[in-house]
Ligand binder design. Structure first.
Ligand code: S3P
Length: 433
């Protein structure tokens, strides 16, 4: 289904859902698992297209993949990687591209990384620059895809990234894993630390922390030990259901098994600021990642929120859906310091502002975010473009739940990038009954 026409008269959504596995952790489980030169069981792997693209690339390299059930598999890298010249299709996935550029910079093969229209527009200088300083040989199309990488011997560096980006940090750590000497990378605020957690779990020589120069992660050349990895649910996917629960009248949704790693839990802080009626239950650690169940109830008096500074990397992917939340808050909400949103699968500041303007929301675009005045009733028939951006498509869907008129979402298929189960879960809590 390429276009999606929303259903009218949604009265309430209730029940429980299990949120599908985290995309960031799934990429890392495949990549680090494939480096163990052994057999690794990965339980609960994301079936989103982005992660399947990463998996396919390692299959091209000779890693054996045996599915035991829908989301559980054995990754067998006992024979190492093949050599030769490869072209790898990263599809829509920035994480695949940037992390693998770091790894492939020191392998015994040459690779060309290509991607779809959205990925081909995204900036790669952020990884080409540090990797080149380590000795990598990467040709690009003016710092965009395709990337042509020749495997080289790398040396460790100390690097200061201007942006807080887990993709940049992880690309450097993956390069550092094969480089001589130590590699230390700094970032201005802490971005998601799944690479650090999983690399440590698999026995890499890695440390991380904060000193007078900023947040750092440091790695030395290491061998990884094969170990089973279980992946928890994706808070960035849960975010859509959290907002549905809060804004659709009379709803109550229990969202189970959500990863709430403190570098990803910014939305929980926003929910507190907005005085949403919610609870966190059953906290536990799975493969060293914190997870919990989150119950969200309809909240008629949502307070506006302000997000800026250090919290931004902790909720970077949730900003489009938080914009939808802001339309239902009583008062003015603002988002600042989020300029890197313009470099995501679409220019997410522009796409969400345009979509909300078409619904007559009082929203003002800023270079680094936006200002929204709630509380807005949606009562207009509109057609919205997703621009190959899965998170926009799902944010539009949530907008449609409170729109009195039908909405057409063009290119809705792109939700498969991260969350192919999305509509089934929405039906499970009463959508379209
Ligand atoms: C990701 C890091 C973030 C995030 C992306 C996934 C990751 O990107 O937006 O969806 O898995 O490392 P940046 O590191 O570019 O901020």
């Amino acid at each position: 289904m390429d276009n999606f026409i929303s259903k009218e008269n949604i009265t309430s959504l209730s029940g429980e859902i299990i949120i599908p596995p985290d995309k960031s952790m799934s990429h890392r489980a495949i990549i680090f698992g494939a480096l163990t030169k052994g057999k690794v069981k990965i339980s609960n792997l994301s079936l989103g297209q982005d992660c399947l693209n990463t998996l396919k690339i390692f299959e091209q390299l000779g890693v054996k993949v045996e599915f035991l059930s829908k989301r559980d598999l054995i990754l067998d890298s006992s024979n190492g990687f093949k050599t030769g010249d490869f072209t790898f299709d990263c599809g829509n996935s920035g994480t695949t591209t940037r992390l693998l550029a770091g790894l492939f910079s020191w392998q015994n093969f040459n690779s060309k990384l290509i991607g779809d229209k959205s990925l081909s527009k995204r900036p790669m200088k952020r990884i080409i620059e540090p990797l080149s300083l380590m000795g990598a040989e990467i040709k690009s199309n003016e710092n965009k895809l395709p990337l042509e990488i020749k495997g080289k011997d790398l040396s460790g560096i100390e690097y200061f990234s201007k942006i807080a980006s887990a993709q940049v940090k992880s690309a450097i750590l993956l390069a550092g894993l094969g480089a001589k000497n130590k590699t230390r990378t700094y970032e201005p605020t802490l971005s998601r630390n799944h690479s650090e957690i999983m690399l440590e779990y698999l026995g890499a020589k890695i440390t991380s922390g904060k000193d007078e120069k900023g947040y750092f992660a440091q790695i030395e050349k290491s061998n990884l030990t094969p170990k089973d990895i279980e992946i928890v649910g994706d808070i960035s996917s849960a975010a859509f259901f959290m907002v549905m629960g809060a804004i659709v009248p009379n709803s109550s949704i229990l969202i189970k098994n959500v990863g709430i790693n403190p570098t990803r839990d910014g939305i929980i802080e926003v929910f507190k600021q907005s005085e949403i009626d919610f609870e966190i239950l059953n906290e536990k650690y799975v493969s060293n990642e914190l997870c919990a169940d989150i119950k969200v109830n309809y909240t008629p008096n949502i307070k506006p929120f302000e997000i800026k500074g250090d919290i931004i990397p902790r909720l970077i992917d949730e900003i489009p859906i938080l914009a939808v939340l802001a339309t239902q808050a009583q008062g003015q909400s603002t988002v600042s310091n989020a300029q890197d949103l313009r470099n995501k699968e679409s220019d997410r500041i522009k796409t969400i502002v345009d979509a909300l303007l078409s619904l007559d929301v009082d929203i003002k675009e800023k270079e680094d975010g936006f200002i929204i005045n709630g509380k807005k009733e949606f009562d207009k028939e509109v057609e919205l473009e997703t621009h190959l951006d899965h998170r926009l498509a799902m944010s539009y869907f949530v907008m449609s739940l409170i729109n009195k008129k039908p909405m057409k979402i063009k290119g809705f298929d792109c939700i498969n990038t991260s969350f192919p189960e999305f509509l089934d879960l929405a039906k499970q809590i009463g959508y379209g009954e």
